[in-house]
Design a protein around this ligand. Structure first.
Ligand SMILES: [Zn+2]
Ligand SMILES: [Zn+2]
Length: 381
């Protein structure tokens, strides 16, 4: 079928020249290997873009048109095959002499190439950067968009050309605390081999719950993170949680060995253990008159310590230390320090008050000393 025949069949009177050769669909797999699925006539299987769809002239004198069909809508880009070939070995192969696209480009036929699986937004951004259209490139990308761009940069192996942008985007991770967003940032930093990777992993160690890896394994994008990364993160989270758990137990040990005695307000019935006001002379519940002044002793401090931990969700300790992120545990230690129900004559010098301060301080020290994971540690060059 000649070109004219196709024109009349499509019923399009004013088809742009760009689509005169729109007869190729190309699939590029995740390894960046271009596979010519088949060369089909436009009237067969390749969906012809509507004439109203936007065409972005990244190079007004471009020699190929890319149609990006992913993420729900289609967008067309007039591109320079040489620029793309210089930036990406994948495009270099596609536009080389062994592929039909390359042969058509070399003949000046301006092929129309449909990239079916790619995300329109991400590819638009990447193609724009590769054609020096940087005025429209955002200085910040949300984690999901950044991860999508990183996946496509990795697919087309054009990391080097986007290195300055990638470094900038990945450096904006300070405010990110939501687990899934941290996952997207990690994925982007990993794909880009960004120098921010270690810093982002340090944040992830503090913010992720121990079971994060199983949730990510079922996520389409996050599952792309290599097991070496998630395993190293899981190990570090477990190690640091163990340190905090040991701090909690050590504080109890120190409290048991501190034998100081301090007065407390209030009296207690030694029969039923009920707290009574200072002026009480008899426990009305059991008619007992043997009432003793309350005292801050080692045993009472240990009892109050576990009472405070319980109110902050840290006792019993097995569940929180197996399921909560480090940042959450450290916050609970802060809450424990602010629990003011224990009041004795020693006031701020009471061993219990002191130990709660020490616990909080040491927990912060554990968090501050988290270094994150380097590419060397997980065997990535
Ligand atoms: Zn009583
Ligand atoms: Zn006390």
């Amino acid at each position: 079928m000649n070109e004219q025949g196709r024109d009349s069949e499509s019923g399009c009177q004013s088809k742009p020249d760009l689509f005169d050769n729109c007869d190729i669909t190309t699939s590029i797999n995740m390894d960046g290997d271009p596979r010519l699925v088949t060369a089909l006539s436009l009237d067969d299987t390749v969906e012809r873009p509507s004439d109203t769809s936007e065409i972005v002239q990244l190079d007004p004198e471009g020699d190929a048109t890319l149609i990006i069909n992913g993420s729900g809508y289609s967008k067309r880009y007039l591109v320079c095959s040489r620029v793309l070939s210089l930036a990406s070995p994948v495009f270099s192969k596609l536009f080389g002499p062994n592929f039909k696209e390359g042969q058509q480009t070399r003949r000046g036929d301006c092929p129309c190439i449909s990239l079916e699986e790619d995300d329109s937004e991400a590819m638009g951004l990447i193609l724009g950067i590769l054609h020096y259209k940087c005025a429209q490139v955002p200085f910040a990308l949300d984690p999901t968009a950044l991860a999508t761009v990183a996946i496509h940069v990795d697919k087309y192996d054009c990391n080097e050309a986007l290195r300055p942008w990638a470094a900038h985007w990945c450096s904006n991770s300070e405010d990110i605390t939501a687990p899934q967003d941290l996952g997207f940032m990690l994925l982007a930093a990993y794909m880009f081999r960004s120098s921010s990777f270690t810093k982002i992993t340090a944040t992830a160690v503090k913010q992720l719950a121990p079971g994060f890896a199983s949730a990510w394994g079922g996520h389409e994008a996050l599952a792309l993170l290599p097991e070496a990364v998630t395993a190293a993160l899981s190990d570090q989270i477990a190690d640091e949680l163990k340190k905090l758990h040991e701090e909690l137990q050590c504080a109890e040990g120190r409290l048991r060995h501190q034998v100081s005695y301090h007065t407390m307000s209030g009296i207690v019935c030694i029969t039923c253990g009920r707290d009574l006001p200072d002026e009480a002379r008899q426990c009305r519940r059991c008619n007992n008159t043997r009432l003793y002044s309350k005292a801050c002793t080692s045993d009472l401090r240990v009892a109050h310590y576990f009472g405070i931990l319980g109110r902050c969700g840290l006792w019993p300790s097995v569940e929180p230390f197996a399921t909560k992120p480090l940042s959450d545990i450290a916050f609970r230690f802060q809450c424990a320090q602010k629990d003011h129900r224990h009041l004795c004559g020693a006031r701020g010098h009471c061993p219990l008050i002191h130990e709660l301060e020490v616990l909080c301080h040491r927990a912060q020290g554990v968090l501050d000393s988290i270094k994150g994971i380097s590419f060397e540690e997980i065997g990535v060059n």
